[in-house]
Write a protein that binds this ligand. Structure first.
Ligand SMILES: Nc1ncnc2c1ncn2[C@@H]1O[C@H](COP(=O)(O)OP(=O)(O)O)[C@@H](O)[C@H]1O
Ligand SMILES: N[C@@H](CC(=O)OP(=O)(O)O)C(=O)O
Length: 422
């Protein structure tokens, strides 16, 4: 069996849905079994997050208006197909259910309500795609991922219960061979609650399904030709990386190459399942294969994170940075839910680089100030180069001032300030 994952960009409009329909029908034409994982359309997840903000703030009219905008965006896509009312019944029912839910103030906590509402993006996209594929005459079986991927109740970051998930998915596949369509990003708790797996988590869902079905391979269809040696939004001259080891792909994703969700590789590596990253714009092209052997002279890869904050902590009593204050520091970062992108210490200074998150950082800084003298630099960039040499470092430093550098044999990380002018 093959697993395909289509992200928001691939199904953002009617043309995208038609294209996805073409890729699926060509794949199953020769009788291949296929499990398709789909994300919410376009930027729907962001729009649903705004619905949650209004709903949780008790601004019922605003929540309803924001929800209706989501409905309209989908209805405009529906209008481009000639789908029967019977085929559209499930998606229309979802529209009505959420509208009703928004009329009553939420009883649960923020994150639980978030998952109930935000998960609807994937429910709607798959209901709509199922209607379209059925309309094309394909034997698609829509399946609810909330009943397959079992998580604990860590809402917004559900942790997978692999044993139950494997049992549930395997019994599904025994009863539903052929073409199965399900949602990325979402799961369900033992008590029937909805969870999400963390933003951009649909790649991870595809890996979970592949792991549990021992799939032949996974293909994630993207708006780029495959994994490139840099994000084309930031670099002009990128090259395709035709083959990557699991390790290289994990490292790239970990350092911030957003083309693959960082949690995706482990389940695939554990079962030796290859991952293909291919272009839904040029579906005849091979893209990138992850899971191959190391290549000689690997191409340097660049990962760029903007809007970074460099926080430096200085003990107030001239004591060393050692195990005791390190554990205090890590505890405070974990409590604040702030992920450390890079860290470096000297005897009297501990520096960390984090994403600048206005909703979390001020509180964290306040807590840190209870124990340390705290200084920080804002609006920085964190550049990571895998398989670097001096010329690649020189190239990225043009027009930048370097504040911090960290090197291993394979990876260099540079914290820089852009001085403008290039
Ligand atoms: N090294 C890289 N190679 C290719 N694309 C990258 C890389 N790093 C970041 N990207 C970005 O990842 C995007 C595709 O991932 P994403 O937007 O998450 O897709 P989807 O939401 O459809 O799953 C590309 O448009 C590109 O801007
Ligand atoms: N829709 C979710 C999950 C996801 O992975 O989406 P995409 O495949 O479009 O990145 C999100 O935006 O976070």
């Amino acid at each position: 069996m093959h697993v395909f994952k289509f992200g928001g960009a691939s199904v953002r409009d009617a043309a995208g849905i038609r294209n996805v329909g073409r890729i699926i029908s060509q794949t199953i034409a020769d009788g291949a079994e296929l499990l398709v994982v789909v994300s919410a359309m376009g930027k729907t997840t962001n729009a649903l997050e705004e619905v949650v903000v209004s709903h949780m703030a008790g601004r019922a009219d605003e929540a309803q208006l924001r929800w209706q905008n989501v409905v309209i965006a989908h209805e405009l896509i529906v209008a481009e197909f000639e789908l029967s009312e019977a085929l559209l019944a499930p998606v229309r029912e979802t529209f009505a259910t959420v509208a009703t839910q928004l009329t009553t103030p939420a009883m649960q906590g923020y994150d639980e309500v978030y998952d109930q509402i935000v998960s609807m993006g994937e429910i709607i996209s798959t209901q709509l795609l199922a209607a379209y594929l059925t309309h094309l005459g394909l034997p698609v079986q829509w399946t609810d991922a909330r009943q397959l991927i079992r998580t604990d109740d860590t809402f917004r970051e559900g942790r997978v219960d692999w044993t139950t998930t494997e049992t549930q998915i395997q019994s599904l596949m025994a009863t539903k061979p052929g073409l199965v369509l399900t949602q990325g990003f979402i799961g369900g708790t033992p008590t029937g609650g909805t969870t999400t797996l963390g933003r951009e988590g649909s790649d991870y869902s595809a890996a979970i399904f592949a792991y549990c079905t021992q799939a032949q391979d996974v293909t994630i269809w993207k708006d780029v030709p495959g994994v490139l040696n840099a994000d084309p939004r930031y670099f002009d001259e990128t090259v395709l990386l035709p083959s990557l080891t699991y390790q290289d792909a994990t490292e790239l994703a970990y350092y911030g190459a957003t083309v693959i969700h960082p949690k995706t590789i482990k389940p695939l590596q554990n079962k030796g399942i290859p991952l293909y990253v291919r272009s839904f714009v040029q579906p005849d092209q091979p893209g990138t294969m992850v899971g191959g052997p190391p290549v000689p002279n690997p191409t340097p890869s660049f990962i760029f994170k903007v809007n970074q904050l460099l926080i430096s902590l200085h003990p107030t009593d001239f004591s060393f940075i050692a195990e005791d204050n390190l554990s205090l520091i890590f505890g405070l970062f974990a409590e604040a839910g702030v992920k450390i992108n890079l860290m470096q210490n000297t005897a009297l200074n501990f520096s960390v680089v984090v994403d600048s998150r206005p909703e979390r950082i001020p509180d964290l800084l306040e807590r840190l100030r209870e124990h340390f003298r705290v200084t920080y630099n804002e609006a920085l960039e964190l550049i990571t180069i895998r398989h670097y040499d001096q010329s690649t470092i020189d190239r990225v430093l043009v027009g930048k001032t370097m504040l911090l550098e960290q090197k291993s044999r394979i990876t260099v990380q540079l914290v820089v300030r852009d001085e403008g002018g290039n």
